[in-house]
Design a binder for this molecule. Structure first.
Ligand code: DSN
Length: 423
């Protein structure tokens, strides 16, 4: 049955080629079970805000202090976004202008460091982020980055190593958080170490911002003077980022974002961030955040029952990191087979991975998107079953089986409308 697609008639008339591709992506998103833990479905309201005339405006500066005229509407929009962020996360100050999480993190370095200064973060293959000082990133090239990891036994942050490195290296900044961390981030323990060595603790909550907002993960606010986040992952906003901090750091953070790193903010995105923050302040969002974690635990338990080996032995949040070594399938082969079968994941390194980053042992999955679609316990059990069969088919090189599973996953996906697409 044909489904009505949301691409506007103007786009279709002006650029049918792009319109067709957007429609194709819309259909792909509708029919696929999305398990990439950093992705989500923004609401129709958020998507609408991004597609407005606000994209036409320049507004370098901050509300009340701009370098362009005509800010009668932009100022209240940005002020609303700031106030909503401050209220939702209980922080003194928010800056909603960073274009992305990477730029937000760069602004933190610019605010507090000189080139060559020592900083500390979790190593990328251990679950950290490129911008936490990994060697190929500017943050690993222009700063002296010391990297901590997880314990080989538990797969969780090795706080003895964090403390030892911090005492030896005396970093200016310590980043906590990451992109493949399936457990609670213990902000209090990081804060204790940062305080002992005189470092500023930066909590990168990009992955878990929605869980924090909804009370499904402890808040970094009492412990971290600086908080960095993207807005489009569990927080379910548009693609963008925010920096939040204590009052004493507000001027340095603002100056680092603009004029330090960026020019004009993307006002259409600022408006959409404001909408997402309003949505995230509602009781139903808190329920959503808790359901993400419930679903993640159900999926993890079922995968373990089926013989999958999970880093750290399970999950406390939205994310599951699978070490496929025991299944005798490489992460990339598995993720490509899953994609063919209609389950979207990404291959990922696992801690102490003997394989290369472009062909690692792991698979990273998560439940924010499927939870947004309204899936629950029964569907998590079905997804574990589909994944299990896909991995088996991938090992056997059975493409026909993958294509049969594709029909099942399409049926499951389309039974749960995705906000912003089907609404
Ligand atoms: N690319 C993001 C993720 O997938 O986790 C991190 O920046």
């Amino acid at each position: 049955m044909a489904t009505e697609l949301s691409t506007g008639t103007s786009l279709q008339a002006t650029d049918p080629e792009i319109a067709r591709l957007v429609e194709e992506e819309e259909r792909r998103q509708r029919e696929t079970i999305r398990l990439i833990p950093s992705e989500n479905y923004a609401s129709k309201a958020v998507i609408e805000a991004t597609g407005t005339v606000l994209t036409n405006k320049y507004s370098e500066g901050y509300p009340g202090r701009r370098y362009y005229e005509g800010q009668q509407v932009i100022d209240p929009i940005e002020t609303l976004a700031i106030e909503r962020a401050e209220r939702l996360f209980g922080v003194d100050h928010a800056n909603v202008q960073p274009y992305s999480g990477s730029v937000a993190n760069l602004a933190v370095y610019l605010a507090f460091c000189e080139p060559g200064d020592t900083v500390m973060g979790m190593a990328l293959p251990m679950g950290g982020h490129l911008t936490h000082g990994w060697s190929v990133s500017i943050t690993g090239k222009w700063l002296r980055a010391v990297q901590y990891g997880v314990s080989r036994e538990t797969g969780t942050v090795d706080f003895d190593e964090v403390r030892r490195l911090a005492r030896e290296e005396r970093p200016k900044l310590i980043f906590c958080g990451g992109t493949a961390v399936p457990r609670i981030i213990e902000f209090d323990r990081f804060a204790e170490i940062a305080e002992e060595v005189g470092a500023i603790l930066v909590a990168d909550i990009a992955h878990i911002a929605g869980l924090v907002a909804g009370g499904a993960h402890p808040s970094p606010t009492p412990h971290a003077p600086v908080i960095s986040t993207t807005t489009h992952k569990t927080l379910r906003g548009p693609r963008g980022a925010m920096l939040m901090c204590r009052e004493e750091h507000a001027a340095a953070i603002d100056k680092a974002v603009f004029p330090g790193l960026q020019g004009g903010p993307h006002d259409h995105i600022t408006a959409a961030i404001a909408v997402a923050l309003e949505e995230a302040s509602r009781p139903e969002f808190a329920e959503y955040a808790h359901r993400i974690v419930d679903n993640s635990r159900t999926l993890a338990d079922e995968l373990i029952r089926r013989g999958f080996d999970l880093v750290s032995g399970g999950t406390d949040n939205h994310l599951i990191l699978i070490d496929l070594t025991s299944k005798e399938v490489a992460g990339k082969v598995a993720s490509q087979a899953l994609d063919r079968a209609g389950l979207e994941t990404n291959y990922n390194t696992v801690p102490f991975d003997p394989r290369k980053p472009f062909d690692p042992s792991g698979l990273r999955i998560g439940t924010p998107s499927v939870t947004t679609r309204g899936m629950g316990r029964d569907e998590m059990l079905t997804i574990a079953d589909l994944m299990d069969r896909v991995i088996e088919a991938a090992r056997a090189g059975d493409d026909a089986a993958l294509d049969r599973i594709r029909d099942e996953s399409r049926e499951l996906a389309t039974a749960f409308p995705a906000p912003g697409i089907d609404a």
